[in-house]
Design a binder for this molecule. Structure first.
Ligand code: CDP
Ligand code: CDP
Length: 226
């Protein structure tokens, strides 16, 4: 219906996409969908099955065999694979280091892309990822490309870590930069800013400022559409 829209939020790691997308969805009464969690879930399953990112055929077969469910949970979204709750496991460092390699697989992207479009078939979705505005939901009524300097993003991620002694800020920064590079340079639906996206640099912004700006933009778009 014309009272609801789909909102795509893309950008590099640590830009604030999931934090902001979840809150925007809450304020608008929309459904939040974290597509990165889906790529992480496939990566976790590949690791469990001993399948590496350089085995494209096995990886493709695995992706087709998984049933991934996203459910709104107490602390954001819970992720299930074939009924198994993997919410915490998909955030491990092992998964984080591998996920961009798995996400470069064509079939993995196809399978997850179909699921994502299906989830957004009824308007009223805030979806975050890398290729949502450019590829998955090219007709999303509002597209945001959220970014921040790599230093700022590394600092944010470092602050989040309970055991931040195990990895230095410098190492985290270089791992984030490497993931940006892989995501930007892959052949199939790389991380790019869609031509009709609103670019927001959150480097000097608070979370609430980013949320307010996106909610305002969405209200303007809805008013325009009437
Ligand atoms: O939360 P964080 O920024 O660390 O990453 P994420 O959103 O959980 O995404 C993890 C990885 O999944 C990204 O680095 C991409 O390689 C991949 N991804 C993707 O290729 N396309 C998407 N739409 C979402 C994530
Ligand atoms: O999903 P993505 O990887 O883009 O980032 P995130 O996991 O939502 O956010 C990374 C961290 O930055 C979180 O701990 C946020 O609290 C923090 N942060 C932010 O998201 N936005 C700001 N303007 C400032 C801090």
């Amino acid at each position: 219906d014309s009272d609801r829209m789909n909102i795509a939020i893309d950008g590099p790691a640590g830009a604030g996409k999931s934090t902001v997308a979840r809150k925007v969805a809450e304020q608008l009464g929309y459904v939040y969908i974290d597509t990165g969690a889906m790529y992480r879930a496939v990566t976790l399953c590949a690791q469990r099955a001993g399948i590496s990112a350089d085995e494209p055929v096995k990886l493709a077969e695995l992706a087709r065999s998984l049933k991934i469910d996203l459910e709104p949970g107490e602390h954001g979204q819970s992720v299930y694979v074939n009924g198994d709750n993997v919410t915490a496991l998909i955030r491990s460092r092992e998964v984080t280091l591998q996920v961009s390699h798995v996400a470069a697989n064509e079939t993995v992207r196809e399978v997850l892309g179909v699921m994502q479009r299906h989830l957004a078939a009824r308007k009223g979705v805030v979806m975050d990822g890398r290729d949502i505005g450019s590829h998955v939901l090219p007709n999303a009524e509002l597209k945001i490309f959220l970014t921040a300097s790599v230093k700022e993003r590394a600092l944010r991620r470092h602050r989040e870590m309970a055991d931040n002694q195990t990895i230095t800020l410098e190492q985290l920064e270089s791992e984030i930069a490497e993931r940006d590079r892989l995501d930007e340079q892959r052949e199939i639906s790389p991380l790019i800013c869609a031509s009709d996206a609103v670019v927001m640099d959150s480097t000097g912004m608070t979370i609430d400022e980013v949320i307010d700006a996106i909610v305002k933009l969405s209200r303007t778009k809805l008013a325009e559409a009437k």
